[in-house]
Design a binder for this molecule. Structure first.
Ligand SMILES: Nc1ncnc2c1ncn2[C@@H]1O[C@H](COP(=O)(O)OP(=O)(O)O)[C@@H](O)[C@H]1O
Ligand SMILES: [Mg+2]
Length: 370
């Protein structure tokens, strides 16, 4: 099977709309790569460039070391699954799944075999005679997937295929997708705006914003080491706490609290600090001795006032006001196990120093290693 390569790919619609800027990446033949980013960042455009439905302004698409940029969409052996499913309403499930094989003049007995095998994989074997109008959303989605799988394509492209499913079904199908594609030997490029889908399904995730690749890495690395402030804020739910602080020497100032900056760079006048809500805790009473300095060896203590508690089932999300510079206020959100209790609204938060993320206030690029 063949890898997929995008080399300096660019697409410009007009000088103001450049949905793909200098994109280079390789998807291995057994890899599940997800493109994730906010709506309008260029994800679908990238899939259309790979499939041949659109031509790049510059750059190249290669499948298995062969340039395909000048090969028409019909002659690239690529299967695409859309959010809308795009099933033929007048055909039953069997014929929907068989349609591309018939076009390729594959013999009838092989078509039957391939459709039946794929239907079994997807739990559709009892529905082969039904028309799409008599199927649930989840079943239609499986038929659309089946139509792609049955082809044995060189590349799979999936554009937000779960977006039309309700939350419970989405979770179920997400798990099925992971198992089904683990058995395929073709590159998969999966598009979603949902970071949970991206993190759970993929071997690697490409985070995009404004047509530009922000970071490409395995999900745990993206989560632990976001390359910039955009990725830090986009990946992770509840979202990372992020704020801009003034610096004084080798400390950043959060109100009266001085937080040590990472070493190895000249402290700027301002810096952005990030910490995920699950790395913020309530300081225990034995920590109170450290409150006067605001800092112990491995954590920073910050006084605050709780103004909102959201129960998420297995955890509570606390929103806490803390004092910033010049009478300003910051909101820090803390994710606590639901069993944890606290006394009153005035609390001391503990921020784990080794879990702090630092970003250039101007460029947003990550500073130091966390
Ligand atoms: N055919 C087109 N002509 C002009 N602009 C387009 C066209 N298709 C998409 N765009 C624009 O390109 C940008 C990226 O679109 P798209 O790739 O669909 O984003 P996504 O799939 O990430 O939501 C958007 O600003 C969109 O409005
Ligand atoms: Mg899209």
């Amino acid at each position: 099977m063949a890898k997929l390569e995008l080399i300096n790919l660019n697409k410009t619609y007009d000088p103001k709309t450049i949905p793909v800027k200098d994109l280079s990446l390789t998807v291995a033949d057994n890899e599940f790569l997800t493109l994730v980013g906010p709506s309008g960042c260029g994800k679908s455009t990238i899939l259309r460039l790979i499939s041949g439905l659109e031509q790049p302004t510059r750059g190249e698409v290669r499948i298995g070391d062969q340039p395909v940029t000048n090969v028409g969409a019909g002659d690239r052996n690529i299967a695409m699954v859309f959010q809308s499913y795009a099933l033929y309403p007048h055909m039953n499930v069997f014929d929907n799944m068989a349609s591309s094989l018939k076009l390729r003049k594959i013999n009838t007995s092989e078509i039957k075999q391939r459709v039946e095998d794929t239907a079994k994989l997807l739990g559709l074997e009892k529905l082969l005679d039904r028309k799409p109008g008599k199927l649930s959303g989840g079943q239609r989605q499986r038929v659309a997937l089946g139509r792609a799988l049955v082809r044995n394509p060189d590349v799979f492209l999936l554009d937000e295929p779960l977006s039309n499913l309700d939350a419970l079904l989405r979770e179920q199908v997400r798990a099925d997708l992971k198992q089904i594609f683990a058995k395929q030997n073709a590159p998969v490029v999966y598009v979603t705006h949902d970071q949970v889908e991206a993190m759970t399904l993929s071997s690697r995730v490409a985070v995009l914003n404004d047509g530009i690749l922000q970071q490409l890495d395995a999900p745990p690395n993206i989560y632990a080491h976001p390359a910039n402030r955009f990725v830090a804020g986009f990946i992770g739910s509840p979202q990372m706490n992020l704020f801009t602080l003034n610096c004084e020497g080798d400390r950043a100032l959060l109100g009266d609290v001085k937080i040590p900056l990472p070493g190895g760079f000249a402290p700027p006048p301002e810096i952005d600090l990030g910490i995920r809500p699950e790395h913020v805790s309530i300081a225990s009473s034995s920590d109170h001795a450290a409150e006067s300095t605001g800092e112990t060896n491995n954590s920073v203590k910050v006084q605050g006032r709780i103004f909102l508690v959201e129960n998420l089932g297995m955890s509570n999300l606390l929103s806490v006001n803390v004092q910033g510079a010049n009478n300003s206020e910051h909101i820090i959100r803390a994710l606590l196990p639901v069993e944890q209790t606290w006394d009153g609204e005035e609390i001391t938060l503990s921020l784990a120093i080794d879990k702090l993320h630092w970003f250039h206030a101007q460029t947003g690029e990550a500073i130091g290693s966390v």
